[in-house]
Design a protein around this ligand. Structure first.
Ligand SMILES: C[S@@+](CC[C@H](N)C(=O)[O-])C[C@H]1O[C@@H](n2cnc3c(N)ncnc32)[C@H](O)[C@@H]1O
Length: 282
């Protein structure tokens, strides 16, 4: 079978299964089956598809029909300026999280802490941008930390990154110029409304802390002040309706007037707060 025909059949199969973006997905899966970058697939459309590659492609299509996200099937995802390895143990890095990186880069930092690092995409993107900086990252998932360590090694950043298996700040020592986090923030009630790609395939503890979705922010707000140097910054990603609640938690812990930042869709996405230079506590 020609590559072009396989592509068309794959698109139809995914469309028939109700997959939004069926044609892009089929293209990415076929390119992966052929070990080609997706943008090179068009050069191969008139080639004969070898049997072995075809079998691989059919396996990927079946996984996608079962709603497994493309990033998990092909094993990687582009974020900021790099490719990150992604598995079933890690959150698939989201484009909106790039705002957290952008905000973090607005001021200098030498020591950085990333809470709930997942693939390591936030920590490692920041370290790659600041060659003098060093970072610590925590996660409650040992499997996710292994992936983050692999990503650090692949990006030649392992010597500047330390990974700790930890419940938020537990086992974290010293003070930092910058703390970043994209914690789980979906409410228990919202979990049922998520797309099957997210609900059934991404790690539950990466998506929700349960209850009202604010539990992780309570832990982070409570612990962050003491782990920041005076004048240090805390930047956290939030769900679009959580700005007021998270800002209030941070203000109550002594942070200077927390500010909200919006993503490209105009939704509140990041809260940025400072530990005052002259600390009232900590
Ligand atoms: C929304 S994901 C973010 C992952 C990554 N930072 C990103 O932006 O793609 C949240 C991460 O927090 C981790 N996590 C959940 N509860 C935690 C806890 N109590 N302590 C540390 N990490 C936790 C999850 O395992 C997951 O990797």
């Amino acid at each position: 079978m020609k590559v072009q025909i396989a592509l068309m059949l794959g698109m139809r199969q995914l469309e028939g299964a109700g997959i939004a973006g069926a044609s892009t997905d089929a293209r990415r899966l076929l390119a992966h089956a052929l070990d080609l970058p997706a943008e090179r697939l068009f050069r191969a459309v008139n080639d004969e598809l070898p049997e072995e590659r075809h079998k691989r492609y059919l396996k990927y299509l079946a996984a996608r029909e079962a709603r497994q996200p493309v990033a998990q099937i092909i094993g990687h995802r582009a974020f900021w300026k790099h490719e990150f390895r992604v598995t079933r143990d890690t959150l698939d890095p989201r484009p909106e999280t790039e705002l957290l990186v952008e905000v973090a880069l607005e001021a200098p930092f030498a020591r950085l802490l990333d809470l709930g690092t997942g693939t390591g995409c936030v920590l490692l993107s920041l370290l790659a941008e600041r060659p003098e900086a060093r970072g610590v990252a925590t996660d409650i998932s040992e499997a996710a930390l292994q992936v983050a360590q692999e990503n650090a090694a692949r990006l030649s950043l392992a010597d500047r990154a330390r990974f700790i298996h930890s419940d938020w700040f537990h086992g974290v020592e010293g003070r930092f110029d910058l703390i970043v986090s994209n914690p789980p923030y979906i409410t228990e009630a919202e979990m049922g409304n998520l797309a099957p790609e997210v609900r059934d395939w991404e790690p539950h503890q990466a998506l929700t802390p349960g209850g009202d979705g604010l539990g992780a922010y309570r832990a982070i707000a409570f612990g962050a002040f003491a782990r920041l140097k005076p004048g240090g910054r805390l930047a956290v990603e939030i769900g679009p309706t959580q700005g007021a609640a998270v800002s209030a938690m941070l203000a109550a812990q002594g942070f200077d007037a927390p500010r909200l930042r919006q993503d490209l869709g105009g939704r509140d996405r990041v809260v940025l707060a400072h530990r005052p230079e002259v600390a009232a506590k900590g």
